[in-house]
Design a protein around this ligand. Structure first.
Ligand SMILES: Cc1cc2nc3c(=O)[nH]c(=O)nc-3n(C[C@H](O)[C@H](O)[C@H](O)COP(=O)(O)O)c2cc1C
Length: 190
């Protein structure tokens, strides 16, 4: 049996939770982002998690970039392989997402940080895709390095696009990931 004090505490907690969620839902409803799609690559799942939260909040469809030859699961062999690919400027063949770019003006593009930069499969897709005139809203997930060169890579590889500020997420995000996404959408949304 709860004491009166415990009961009151529980009621206050619940009200705060419901309040937070309904105001989040209200905010999210401002972003049924028209003609916006999400394109991402994820090696170990973090970027996929963030992409699906953005989709849940914006109703934007999600498209995945998949390397034709998967990278190893283990961290060390992947970092070694990627370092070599970067040194050689190698862009791995990918299964490009089946997105009709005519239907979208804004592309939210997500990448893990790989050696300070965007992941190679994302670089492959950008190098073979004409994003002229599109708005790119980049996001990266990382292991502690923050933004690093990831936004600069988009600017450099897509000179005819408008690149907004980035959303930068550590790992697959904290408990305030939704708030972080909504703040970013508000600030960066063209
Ligand atoms: C090849 C490779 C290189 C990485 N380089 C960096 C880095 O330079 N800075 C950093 O903060 N994290 C780095 N990480 C960690 C990833 O960016 C981080 O775990 C990310 O959230 C993984 O996203 P994913 O689960 O969608 O693949 C690296 C990971 C890999 C596999």
């Amino acid at each position: 049996m709860l004491s009166k004090r415990e009961f009151l505490k529980a009621v206050v907690g619940l009200t705060t939770l419901v309040g937070t969620h309904s105001s989040l839902a209200k905010e999210a409803a401002q972003f049924p982002m028209k003609r916006t799609a999400i394109v991402y690559y994820s090696h170990s799942g973090n970027t996929r998690t963030v992409a699906s939260r953005i989709s849940a909040l914006t109703a934007a469809p999600v498209f995945e970039i998949v390397p034709q030859t998967p990278y190893p699961n283990a961290y060390r062999p992947t970092t070694n392989q990627v370092r070599e690919e970067m040194q050689k400027g190698y862009l791995p063949p990918i299964h490009a997402p089946s997105i009709d770019l005519n239907n979208f003006d804004v592309l939210i593009i997500g990448t893990p940080t790989w050696w300070h930069h965007i992941a190679r499969p994302v670089a492959s897709w950008l190098s073979q895709t004409d994003l002229s005139g599109k708005v790119i809203m980049p996001f990266n997930t990382h292991g502690g390095g923050g933004l690093m060169q990831t936004r600069d890579d988009f600017v450099q590889m897509c000179p005819k696009s408008t690149v907004t500020q980035s959303l930068t997420v550590y790992g697959n995000g904290d408990s305030d990931l939704d708030e972080q996404i909504l703040r970013w959408l508000k600030e960066a949304n063209p």
